[in-house]
Write a protein that binds this ligand. Structure first.
Ligand SMILES: Cc1cc2nc3c(=O)[nH]c(=O)nc-3n(C[C@H](O)[C@H](O)[C@H](O)COP(=O)(O)OP(=O)(O)OC[C@H]3O[C@@H](n4cnc5c(N)ncnc54)[C@H](O)[C@@H]3O)c2cc1C
Length: 380
């Protein structure tokens, strides 16, 4: 019998486990893979994510991003660049980053079982029972942090179908070497619709990908092939990965008695940018705080976690969803706007750095587009 079982040792699960273990709680983390494991992800840890990181992760940082180059596919629009004096994001390989987080949780006292997949979850009035490929465990509380394709949300009745976008990713060597990209990321809008393509440089390789932030779209693999070819990379020769992006900002339940979901399992990815690591760390930390409060009070309803996630994260993602609907519908307009109103980009990257909130972006959109127009467009 544990106080808390955490399913999944990604950023959400490790943030939760670290916080719980630090508070002296008996916590078990079950991770189906052996760490380090590959995770399909561009690995940009935004500067705002740092406030929920309880570890020095500089040893696994591969590059620090100071510049963003934005280009527009299929349009006669000038590329623009945004440069910052302070880091916008830190680029990591998720294999090493997640291993570091799991080691930190273990160092605080969490019991981390790697290579142990959870097969079923049963919630009773008095405890939660978790069956893995090795054993059966019980706990007072369960935190489901098993990502977009995990089982806890499904098995506890909290899964929301058809709420995900999808992204392709490769990690490839660039023909001209990676050096010229250092401190700079490339973001290419216009193709696919409702999404973007990227190049994020790591120490040796580049993460090259393309994602879309609407569910059930037709395949955009040919467009991805064209994008990689424009960088001199033949997609046919690469190890291609695809992964869902569970989009936040919708009405959904994040918990039920004795169970809380965090990170991608809770569908907390930004529907404008696809960013999810910061919200995974944040929601994992919130879940730990609510587990601690529940254990102390002996009240396992978890209802306050719903309100906390809604107010701290999902409320922001609702605004991101409205902005996403506007932004991806009018690429031509925005390609010009970024040139004539550079403060729009500046405010956005200040948000990524944790110096602004989506509320500020919404106010700026109202200023730029007019209040009634932005309201009507953002409703879709
Ligand atoms: C192509 C792509 C690029 C992205 N790029 C970025 C980016 O640059 N920056 C950013 O902030 N976000 C990015 N994201 C989003 C980001 O990857 C996720 O939001 C983030 O990984 C969520 O963390 P998590 O801890 O919730 O889940 P995950 O990182 O998915 O971790 C879940 C863990 O649970 C384990 N697990 C699953 N099932 C079980 C089971 N049954 N039993 C035990 N363990 C289980 C998994 O093995 C995994 O280790 C990207 C996503 C994609 C698809």
């Amino acid at each position: 019998m544990y106080d808390c079982i955490v399913v999944g040792a990604g950023p959400a699960g490790c943030a939760a486990a670290s916080r719980l273990a630090k508070a002296g709680v008996r916590v078990l983390v079950l991770e189906k893979e052996c760490l380090p494991r590959y995770k399909t992800c561009a690995g940009a840890v935004s500067r705002r994510a740092l406030r929920w990181l309880d570890v020095d992760f500089m040893p696994v940082v591969e590059d620090i991003i100071l510049k963003v180059r934005i280009q527009w596919a299929n349009q006669d629009a000038e590329p623009v660049e945004y440069q910052s004096d302070t880091p916008i994001a830190y680029l990591v390989m998720r294999s090493r980053f997640d291993k570091l987080l799991a080691e930190q949780a273990a160092a605080f006292g969490a019991e981390v079982h790697e290579g142990e997949a959870v097969k079923s979850v049963q919630v009773t009035e008095d405890f939660v029972e978790v069956r893995s490929n090795r054993s059966v465990y019980r706990a007072e509380v369960l935190i489901g942090a098993d990502g977009a394709v995990g089982i806890t949300a499904r098995q506890t009745g909290l899964y929301v179908p058809r709420a995900s976008g999808i992204a392709f990713e490769i990690e490839a060597q660039l023909p001209g070497g990676i050096e010229s990209w250092q401190t700079t990321v490339l973001v290419s809008y216009g193709v696919p619709e409702q999404g973007y393509a990227w190049l994020f440089p790591k120490a040796q390789l580049a993460s090259i990908g393309m994602g879309t932030f609407v569910p059930c779209r037709r395949s955009f693999l040919p467009e991805f092939g064209k994008f990689t070819a424009s960088l001199g990379v033949d997609l046919e020769k690469q190890h291609l990965k695809a992964h869902p992006i569970p989009l936040g900002g919708i009405d959904r339940r994040f918990c039920r008695p004795r169970v809380m979901l965090a990170g991608d399992a809770a569908g907390l990815t930004d529907p404008l940018s696809g960013e999810g690591i910061a919200h995974a760390l944040h929601s994992g930390s919130l879940a730990a705080d609510h587990a601690l409060a529940a254990l102390k009070a002996g009240d396992f309803s978890m209802a306050s976690y719903q309100t906390a996630v809604e107010e701290a994260i999902n409320y922001q993602l609702r605004t991101a969803r409205r902005l996403s609907a506007i932004f991806y519908s009018f690429p031509q307009f925005f390609s010009r706007l970024f040139v004539v109103r550079p403060e729009v980009l500046q405010w956005y990257f200040e948000l990524v750095q944790g110096r602004r909130e989506y509320r500020d972006m919404w106010d700026l959109a109202k200023q730029v587009l007019g209040p009634s127009r932005v309201f009507n467009l953002g409703k879709s």
